[in-house]
Structure formats: structure tokens, C-alpha cells
Design a protein around this ligand. Structure first.
Ligand code: HPA
Length: 251
């Protein structure tokens, strides 16, 4: 357990490798029963509140989505005493309201990933958990995040279904069209199994999705999706995220 338990853990996605405004930072590199997290965990304070930050892909973006040790990441944050996690997820927009630079707080997930270790009950002999996952994001934390955004004057779309794909390649237009028919509004590669593992660990967990591009074939887009476009849009859209987190910590 850390000396001061983080009031909030933040997991950063593509383009979000540091938490702006985090002060008095010290770095820990914990190991867990599941192995090592994606990289160092930065413990610091945001407006005087203890916060832990972890870059999901590693600080040099060296861990692809299907290779992320989601179990180690969440177990490490849990072991540090964090009980609330805000996941920042870079996504492509499928629904009309979710175009580039839009921020959204999704309320549902469809999991299209495969072959990822998606439970803490993987090893023989561990007690099998069948956690309730009807609402994959913690409703109370979602409400608090939405309220924090309102308080900070930041537009945050309330709801949306996050489709988690395997990556690391982007999707075909036909795959996105199928996801749209399934009811997905957003597409990303890291929402699962992270959310399910958080539930197994008893962590409160909500996501702020940052739309970086129109998903393949959406929004009248004809252009290829480039990494530069993704990074530019994430940078532009995430500048006010620390204000949302500050308002959340004040509640
Ligand atoms: N698809 C999947 N993941 C993503 C995308 C996308 O279009 N953009 C950012 N992350």
C-alpha cells in the first residue's frame, strides 16, 4: 500500500503518456502476481489530491493493445490503494455525435477482442468469478465524471457503446459497418478486458473516450486514417481533461 492512497487512478491511452498538471511526482515500478505493468506508475498530486497515472501502452507507446498486461496494470493500481479508475481511451467515431475531437463517457461495451487474458480466474485452482457486467462502467463514477465535466465547462457526450477491437491494425469499412449495425458508437482497441478486470477487482471504473478520427468509412471520410491525425486530434481534445479530473477530485 502506498503511504497515501491515490484518490484516483488515471490510465492514459494513445497520445496520453503523461498527466499534465501532476505535481510532486514520484515513480514506482511495482510487480504483481500477473507480472509487470506497461510501465512506471507516476504518483503525484493534482490540486493537492493524490493521483496515480499509468500509460497503458507504456510511455514510449511500445506495447500493442493485444499485448498489454491488463491484469498487471489494474492489479498494480489496486495494490497502491486506488479504488477509482478513470480510463482515457483514444477511439474512432462511428456515431454521428462522436466525430474527431469529441469527448464521450461511454455506458456500454461490445467486445470483439480475442485471445486476451480477460479474467483474474485464469490460473487453475483460482476461484471462478462471474461478476455482474450488465453496466460495464460504474454508474456512480460515470455520473461523477459527467458532473465534473459540466462543472469544468467541458463538453462530454453522455453515453455511447464502445466496440473493442483486436488491433493493432485499424478496421475495414465492412467491420465498422457491422459494428454500427450492432449498435457501436465508438471503436477502440483497449477497452476490453480492462473494464471487466476492473470489475473483478472491485474497482470503480469509467472511461473518457477521446475521438481521434472518424472510423473507417464514417463521417463521409474518404481519407486514410494517419497516426499524425490521431495524435493531433487527441492533443487538441485532451487539453481540458485535467480540469475535468480536478473537478472530479473536488466532489
Ligand atoms: N479504430 C480503432 N481504434 C482506434 C481508432 C479507430 O479508428 N482510432 C483511435 N483508436
Amino acid at each position: 500500500m502506498a503511504e497515501t492512497e491515490p484518490a484516483l487512478a488515471v490510465i492514459g491511452g494513445t497520445g496520453l503518456y503523461r498527466l499534465a498538471g501532476l505535481e510532486d511526482v514520484r515513480t514506482v515500478q511495482p510487480s504483481t502476481p500477473y507480472g509487470a505493468p506497461s510501465g512506471p506508475i507516476r504518483l503525484g498530486s493534482l490540486d493537492g489530491h493524490p493521483v496515480a497515472f499509468l500509460a497503458r501502452h507504456g510511455e514510449a507507446h511500445s506495447v500493442p493493445p493485444h499485448r498489454i498486461n491488463y491484469r498487471a496494470n489494474l492489479a498494480a493500481l489496486h495494490a497502491l490503494g486506488a479504488r477509482r479508475v478513470v480510463a482515457l481511451n483514444t477511439v474512432g467515431g462511428i456515431g454521428e455525435a462522436y466525430g474527431p475531437r469529441v469527448l464521450a463517457c461511454p455506458d456500454q461495451i461490445i467486445d470483439y477482442t480475442w485471445g486476451r487474458i480477460s479474467t483474474l480466474c485464469e490460473e487453475p485452482g483460482t476461484k471462478v468469478l462471474h461478476v455482474d457486467f450488465g453496466d460495464p462502467y460504474t454508474p456512480d463514477l460515470r455520473r461523477q465524471v459527467l458532473q465534473a465535466a459540466r462543472q469544468a465547462g467541458v463538453d462530454l457526450v453522455d453515453g455511447g457503446c464502445y466496440g473493442a477491437t483486436q488491433g493493432p491494425r485499424l478496421e475495414t469499412k465492412a467491420e465498422i459497418e457491422r459494428m454500427r449495425r450492432d449498435g457501436c458508437h465508438l471503436v477502440g482497441m483497449t477497452g476490453m478486458p480492462e473494464a471487466a478486470l476492473a470489475r473483478e477487482l472491485g474497482l470503480e471504473y469509467a472511461s473518457i473516450a477521446i475521438s481521434a478520427n472518424w472510423a473507417a468509412g464514417c463521417g463521409g471520410s474518404v481519407e486514410e486514417i494517419t497516426l499524425q491525425e490521431v495524435l493531433d486530434n487527441v492533443e487538441a481534445a485532451s487539453s481540458r481533461l485535467p480540469d475535468v479530473l480536478r473537478a472530479l477530485l473536488k466532489q
